[in-house]
Design a binder for this molecule. Structure first.
Ligand code: SIN
Length: 278
Protein backbone atom coordinates (compact mmCIF):
# COMPACT_ATOMS: atom_id res chain seq x y z
CA UNK A 1 0.00 0.00 0.00
CA UNK A 2 1.43 3.43 -0.98
CA UNK A 3 1.32 6.66 0.96
CA UNK A 4 -1.89 8.65 0.66
CA UNK A 5 -1.86 12.41 1.31
CA UNK A 6 -5.32 13.94 1.94
CA UNK A 7 -5.28 17.77 2.08
CA UNK A 8 -7.20 19.39 4.94
CA UNK A 9 -7.57 22.68 3.04
CA UNK A 10 -6.22 23.92 -0.31
CA UNK A 11 -3.67 26.17 1.47
CA UNK A 12 -2.37 24.28 4.46
CA UNK A 13 -2.47 20.89 6.16
CA UNK A 14 -2.77 17.26 5.09
CA UNK A 15 -3.42 13.91 6.69
CA UNK A 16 -0.92 11.24 5.69
CA UNK A 17 -1.91 7.58 5.60
CA UNK A 18 -0.03 4.39 4.72
CA UNK A 19 3.21 5.08 6.56
CA UNK A 20 4.28 3.62 9.89
CA UNK A 21 5.77 6.42 12.02
CA UNK A 22 6.28 4.24 15.09
CA UNK A 23 9.64 3.06 13.71
CA UNK A 24 12.32 4.58 11.44
CA UNK A 25 10.97 5.16 7.94
CA UNK A 26 12.76 3.81 4.89
CA UNK A 27 14.20 6.35 2.44
CA UNK A 28 11.24 6.24 0.05
CA UNK A 29 8.68 6.72 2.84
CA UNK A 30 10.73 9.48 4.45
CA UNK A 31 11.10 11.31 1.13
CA UNK A 32 7.32 11.15 0.57
CA UNK A 33 6.57 12.38 4.10
CA UNK A 34 9.17 15.14 3.84
CA UNK A 35 7.70 16.24 0.50
CA UNK A 36 4.19 16.23 2.03
CA UNK A 37 5.50 18.51 4.81
CA UNK A 38 7.05 20.90 2.27
CA UNK A 39 3.87 20.88 0.15
CA UNK A 40 1.31 21.22 2.97
CA UNK A 41 3.35 22.82 5.82
CA UNK A 42 1.65 20.66 8.47
CA UNK A 43 0.98 16.93 8.29
CA UNK A 44 -1.12 14.68 10.51
CA UNK A 45 -0.72 10.96 11.24
CA UNK A 46 -3.62 9.11 12.86
CA UNK A 47 -3.98 6.19 15.24
CA UNK A 48 -0.31 5.46 15.84
CA UNK A 49 0.41 5.74 19.60
CA UNK A 50 4.04 6.70 20.27
CA UNK A 51 6.05 6.47 23.45
CA UNK A 52 8.61 9.22 24.06
CA UNK A 53 11.48 7.20 22.54
CA UNK A 54 9.44 6.72 19.36
CA UNK A 55 8.49 10.41 19.33
CA UNK A 56 12.16 11.41 19.62
CA UNK A 57 13.01 8.89 16.91
CA UNK A 58 10.41 10.40 14.57
CA UNK A 59 11.67 13.93 15.21
CA UNK A 60 15.31 12.93 14.71
CA UNK A 61 14.54 11.72 11.20
CA UNK A 62 14.14 15.42 10.35
CA UNK A 63 17.24 16.58 12.24
CA UNK A 64 18.73 16.88 15.73
CA UNK A 65 16.34 17.79 18.56
CA UNK A 66 16.68 20.86 20.76
CA UNK A 67 16.15 21.24 24.49
CA UNK A 68 13.61 24.01 25.07
CA UNK A 69 15.27 27.10 26.58
CA UNK A 70 12.64 27.92 29.23
CA UNK A 71 9.80 25.37 29.49
CA UNK A 72 10.33 23.19 32.57
CA UNK A 73 10.28 19.49 31.93
CA UNK A 74 8.73 16.80 34.14
CA UNK A 75 9.86 13.75 32.15
CA UNK A 76 13.17 11.88 31.95
CA UNK A 77 14.11 13.13 28.44
CA UNK A 78 15.14 16.80 28.27
CA UNK A 79 14.09 16.99 24.60
CA UNK A 80 10.47 15.94 25.30
CA UNK A 81 8.05 18.46 26.80
CA UNK A 82 4.86 17.03 28.31
CA UNK A 83 2.30 19.74 27.56
CA UNK A 84 -0.46 19.31 30.14
CA UNK A 85 -3.73 21.09 30.63
CA UNK A 86 -5.30 20.28 33.99
CA UNK A 87 -9.00 20.98 34.68
CA UNK A 88 -8.29 23.98 36.94
CA UNK A 89 -5.80 25.66 34.58
CA UNK A 90 -6.51 29.29 33.68
CA UNK A 91 -3.96 29.33 30.86
CA UNK A 92 -2.32 26.82 28.52
CA UNK A 93 0.89 26.52 26.51
CA UNK A 94 0.58 28.13 23.08
CA UNK A 95 -2.80 29.83 23.50
CA UNK A 96 -1.79 32.79 21.33
CA UNK A 97 -0.85 32.59 17.64
CA UNK A 98 2.91 32.03 17.46
CA UNK A 99 5.84 30.39 15.77
CA UNK A 100 7.83 28.35 18.23
CA UNK A 101 10.84 29.64 20.13
CA UNK A 102 11.74 32.56 17.85
CA UNK A 103 13.68 34.09 20.78
CA UNK A 104 16.73 32.07 19.71
CA UNK A 105 19.02 32.68 16.71
CA UNK A 106 18.04 29.39 15.07
CA UNK A 107 14.32 28.77 15.80
CA UNK A 108 13.13 25.18 15.39
CA UNK A 109 12.67 23.80 11.89
CA UNK A 110 9.68 21.78 13.05
CA UNK A 111 7.50 20.85 15.98
CA UNK A 112 6.33 17.27 16.42
CA UNK A 113 3.28 17.04 18.71
CA UNK A 114 1.71 13.78 19.81
CA UNK A 115 -1.67 13.41 21.51
CA UNK A 116 -1.86 11.32 24.67
CA UNK A 117 -5.21 12.53 26.06
CA UNK A 118 -7.78 15.03 24.85
CA UNK A 119 -11.42 15.84 25.61
CA UNK A 120 -14.09 14.24 23.42
CA UNK A 121 -14.63 17.69 21.94
CA UNK A 122 -12.31 20.70 22.11
CA UNK A 123 -8.57 21.04 22.66
CA UNK A 124 -7.93 21.46 18.91
CA UNK A 125 -4.89 23.18 17.41
CA UNK A 126 -5.08 25.81 14.64
CA UNK A 127 -2.33 26.35 12.08
CA UNK A 128 -1.87 29.31 9.69
CA UNK A 129 0.23 29.47 6.52
CA UNK A 130 2.68 32.33 6.69
CA UNK A 131 3.40 31.85 2.97
CA UNK A 132 -0.20 32.87 2.25
CA UNK A 133 0.04 35.67 4.80
CA UNK A 134 2.98 37.15 2.88
CA UNK A 135 1.72 36.41 -0.62
CA UNK A 136 -1.60 38.19 -0.04
CA UNK A 137 -0.01 41.48 1.07
CA UNK A 138 0.04 44.39 -1.39
CA UNK A 139 3.18 44.98 -3.43
CA UNK A 140 3.73 48.20 -1.47
CA UNK A 141 3.59 46.42 1.89
CA UNK A 142 5.84 43.60 0.63
CA UNK A 143 8.39 46.14 -0.60
CA UNK A 144 8.37 47.90 2.77
CA UNK A 145 8.71 44.68 4.82
CA UNK A 146 11.38 43.00 2.67
CA UNK A 147 14.67 43.84 4.36
CA UNK A 148 13.14 44.85 7.72
CA UNK A 149 14.44 43.15 10.87
CA UNK A 150 12.43 42.40 14.03
CA UNK A 151 13.72 41.93 17.56
CA UNK A 152 12.33 38.86 19.38
CA UNK A 153 12.67 37.82 23.01
CA UNK A 154 10.95 35.56 25.55
CA UNK A 155 10.05 38.13 28.22
CA UNK A 156 6.28 37.74 27.59
CA UNK A 157 6.37 33.96 27.99
CA UNK A 158 9.16 33.16 30.48
CA UNK A 159 10.78 34.60 33.59
CA UNK A 160 9.13 35.99 36.74
CA UNK A 161 7.76 39.12 35.00
CA UNK A 162 5.70 37.00 32.55
CA UNK A 163 3.26 35.93 35.29
CA UNK A 164 2.85 32.54 33.62
CA UNK A 165 3.56 30.27 36.59
CA UNK A 166 0.57 29.58 38.81
CA UNK A 167 -1.91 29.84 35.94
CA UNK A 168 -1.18 26.52 34.23
CA UNK A 169 0.36 23.09 34.75
CA UNK A 170 3.40 23.76 32.56
CA UNK A 171 5.84 26.00 34.38
CA UNK A 172 8.45 28.20 32.79
CA UNK A 173 11.86 29.08 34.16
CA UNK A 174 11.60 31.97 36.61
CA UNK A 175 14.67 31.25 38.74
CA UNK A 176 17.28 33.87 39.65
CA UNK A 177 19.65 32.58 36.94
CA UNK A 178 17.04 32.93 34.16
CA UNK A 179 18.06 35.52 31.58
CA UNK A 180 15.94 36.51 28.57
CA UNK A 181 16.88 34.97 25.24
CA UNK A 182 16.85 37.47 22.41
CA UNK A 183 17.33 37.27 18.65
CA UNK A 184 16.93 39.37 15.52
CA UNK A 185 15.15 37.89 12.50
CA UNK A 186 14.01 39.15 9.10
CA UNK A 187 10.32 40.12 9.08
CA UNK A 188 10.00 38.19 5.82
CA UNK A 189 12.01 34.97 5.68
CA UNK A 190 12.81 32.76 2.74
CA UNK A 191 12.17 29.08 3.28
CA UNK A 192 15.52 27.32 2.80
CA UNK A 193 13.96 24.31 1.04
CA UNK A 194 10.98 25.65 -0.95
CA UNK A 195 12.39 29.12 -1.68
CA UNK A 196 8.98 30.66 -0.83
CA UNK A 197 8.77 33.79 1.30
CA UNK A 198 6.72 33.94 4.50
CA UNK A 199 5.92 36.42 7.27
CA UNK A 200 7.97 35.78 10.41
CA UNK A 201 6.67 37.92 13.29
CA UNK A 202 4.49 36.71 16.17
CA UNK A 203 2.78 38.00 19.30
CA UNK A 204 4.57 35.73 21.77
CA UNK A 205 8.13 36.74 20.93
CA UNK A 206 8.37 39.73 18.54
CA UNK A 207 8.82 42.97 20.47
CA UNK A 208 9.64 45.65 17.89
CA UNK A 209 11.26 46.40 14.56
CA UNK A 210 15.00 46.98 14.72
CA UNK A 211 15.69 50.73 14.96
CA UNK A 212 12.12 51.50 16.15
CA UNK A 213 10.50 51.60 19.61
CA UNK A 214 7.79 49.15 20.72
CA UNK A 215 5.25 51.97 20.52
CA UNK A 216 6.29 52.88 16.98
CA UNK A 217 6.29 49.23 15.88
CA UNK A 218 2.95 48.25 17.42
CA UNK A 219 0.50 49.53 14.75
CA UNK A 220 2.21 47.68 11.90
CA UNK A 221 2.90 44.58 13.98
CA UNK A 222 -0.74 44.46 15.08
CA UNK A 223 -1.89 44.70 11.47
CA UNK A 224 0.48 41.85 10.50
CA UNK A 225 -0.67 39.67 13.43
CA UNK A 226 -4.33 40.08 12.39
CA UNK A 227 -3.65 39.60 8.69
CA UNK A 228 -1.43 36.53 9.23
CA UNK A 229 -4.23 34.39 10.67
CA UNK A 230 -7.11 35.12 8.33
CA UNK A 231 -9.38 32.04 8.24
CA UNK A 232 -8.51 31.22 4.63
CA UNK A 233 -4.85 30.74 5.60
CA UNK A 234 -5.67 28.24 8.37
CA UNK A 235 -6.53 24.64 9.08
CA UNK A 236 -7.75 23.02 12.29
CA UNK A 237 -6.62 19.68 13.70
CA UNK A 238 -9.01 17.76 15.92
CA UNK A 239 -6.92 15.47 18.04
CA UNK A 240 -7.47 11.87 19.02
CA UNK A 241 -5.12 9.89 21.26
CA UNK A 242 -2.46 8.49 18.93
CA UNK A 243 -2.56 11.45 16.50
CA UNK A 244 0.75 13.16 15.66
CA UNK A 245 1.27 16.46 13.86
CA UNK A 246 4.51 17.71 12.34
CA UNK A 247 4.48 21.41 11.42
CA UNK A 248 7.07 23.39 9.54
CA UNK A 249 7.88 26.14 12.01
CA UNK A 250 9.62 28.14 9.27
CA UNK A 251 6.34 28.96 7.50
CA UNK A 252 3.52 28.19 9.99
CA UNK A 253 2.01 29.81 13.05
CA UNK A 254 -0.11 27.78 15.45
CA UNK A 255 -2.46 28.22 18.41
CA UNK A 256 -3.77 25.76 20.99
CA UNK A 257 -7.50 26.44 21.50
CA UNK A 258 -8.17 27.07 25.20
CA UNK A 259 -11.62 25.46 25.40
CA UNK A 260 -11.18 22.23 27.38
CA UNK A 261 -13.44 23.33 30.25
CA UNK A 262 -13.20 20.82 33.09
CA UNK A 263 -11.28 18.28 31.00
CA UNK A 264 -7.64 17.17 30.88
CA UNK A 265 -5.44 17.33 27.81
CA UNK A 266 -1.91 15.95 27.47
CA UNK A 267 0.40 16.23 24.47
CA UNK A 268 4.08 15.31 24.13
CA UNK A 269 6.26 17.50 21.95
CA UNK A 270 9.76 17.53 20.51
CA UNK A 271 11.34 20.28 18.40
CA UNK A 272 13.74 19.76 15.51
CA UNK A 273 16.68 22.18 15.35
CA UNK A 274 16.43 24.85 12.68
CA UNK A 275 18.78 27.19 10.87
CA UNK A 276 19.23 30.97 10.99
CA UNK A 277 16.36 32.68 9.12
CA UNK A 278 17.30 34.77 6.09
C1 SIN B 1 2.45 24.54 21.18
O1 SIN B 1 2.30 25.75 21.16
O2 SIN B 1 3.44 23.98 20.68
C2 SIN B 1 1.37 23.67 21.80
C3 SIN B 1 0.28 23.41 20.84
C4 SIN B 1 -0.81 22.54 21.41
O3 SIN B 1 -0.72 22.06 22.54
O4 SIN B 1 -1.80 22.32 20.71
Amino acid sequence: MGIEVRPLTPQIGAEVFGVDVTKPMGNADFDAVHQALLDHSIIVFREQPLNDDQLMGLGRQFGPLIVHPFLQNDGPNPEVIHIKREPQDEAIVGQEWHSDTTCIDTPPLAGVLHCIETPKAGGDTLFASQYKAYETLSDGMKAMLDGMIAVHNDTRVAGPQSGVNGKRANRVRDDAEWKPSSAEHPVVRTHPETGRKGLFVNISYTRHFKGMTEEESAPLLNFLYRHAVRPEFTCRVQWRPGSTVIWDNRCVKHLAVHDCGPHRREMHRVQVAGDRPY
